[in-house]
Ligand binder design. Structure first.
Ligand SMILES: [Zn+2]
Length: 318
């Protein structure tokens, strides 16, 4: 009888554990689906102002809808529309409300735009932007699904696919204009996670590592997982200011970019050859899982990273 009730208890506890609480629920198959869709030729390089980016936005919206995210800031749809460079642009934003700290926000973002189609030449004309940054957008979708199923976010999570990054961080700058920075606890931006970093397998690096203690919080949470986070190995490239994290960091928000790209030797960066076949699905998947584990204490409200303080004149893109 005792044995039987133990078995029943075990059975019940297994049943009560949500199926998707382990980062293992972030699966290669769904990563592959997002990535192949976003980097397909049908998206025509996802340049802001083109029909291709419209299709990419529709895919992201349909995923946000399926996952069950809410709209941001009383917007009627997932789109945050604005005009820049005489083009109609839109960030795509979905929200997962926090359990107890609803007014404390954590942004999880990537840019979904890229360079479009080559104007002249022969052969492959489409800048598919598989690593840059369909891989990061894939991470945003996978993390939205993961954290929704997990349900332990005491803070409100704002999932953003930024537009116009390649034209000068236009989408994130627009987003940053309308926020109350004090409510924003952290920014988790993701760029190019499809290849092994120069630190080796199961590693990623973080831009602006020494500008807040965000990175050391992530390192602490990754201890024992077999995955490691390092500081950006290319400090002279000023990468901290060259992706969308910068638009929030300029407001003092500890907002950093995760990446694995070996950018100094990467032949495909901003080339039409940045295609899905050059990426490793396992690397993307394990990096997304590491981001999920590494950021968990920020998301559940137990860690609050220190603010970013910029020096005079810092922060504008070259
Ligand atoms: Zn990029």
């Amino acid at each position: 009888m005792k044995k039987l009730s133990f078995c029943i208890a075990l059975f019940v506890s297994i049943q009560l554990t949500p199926a998707q609480t382990n980062p293992a629920s972030i699966e290669v198959e769904s990563v592959k689906k997002h990535l192949y869709t976003l980097a397909s030729d049908a998206m025509e390089g996802r340049r802001a102002g083109t029909p291709g980016i419209e299709r990419a936005a529709q895919y992201i919206e349909s995923e946000f809808e399926r996952i069950g995210l809410s709209k941001y800031n009383n917007l009627p749809t997932y789109r945050q529309n604005f005009t820049a460079r005489n083009l109609k642009m839109f960030n795509v934003i979905g929200v997962l409300e926090g359990k107890s700290k609803k007014d404390e926000y954590v942004v999880i973002s990537a840019h979904y735009d890229h360079l479009g189609v080559k104007k002249e030449g022969e052969g492959d004309m489409i800048y598919n932007g598989a690593d840059d940054d369909a891989s990061g957008t894939t991470a945003v979708l996978a993390l939205a699904e993961y954290f929704t199923a997990l349900g332990t976010n005491e803070r409100t999570l704002i999932f953003v696919a930024f537009t116009g990054e390649e034209m000068g961080l236009l989408g994130s700058r627009h987003f940053g204009k309308e926020v109350n920075a004090a409510q924003f606890i952290a920014g988790i931006n993701i760029e190019m996670i499809g290849k092994d970093s120069s630190y080796g397998s199961k590693t990623a690096w973080l831009t602006g590592f020494d500008r807040s203690d965000f990175g050391t919080i992530i390192q602490k949470n990754l201890e024992g997982t077999g995955y490691q986070l390092f500081p950006d190995p290319y400090p002279t490239q000023r990468l901290f200011f060259r992706s969308d994290n910068a638009s929030l960091a300029q407001l003092g928000i500890p907002s950093h970019t995760f990446s694995t790209v070996p950018i100094d030797v990467d032949k495909h960066y901003h080339q039409v050859s940045d295609e899905v076949k050059t990426l490793d699905m396992e690397i993307i998947t394990e990096t997304i899982r590491a981001i999920a584990l590494g950021t968990q204490t920020i998301i559940n409200g137990t860690d609050t990273p220190s603010r970013v303080v910029l020096k005079e004149g810092e922060g504008r893109r070259k």
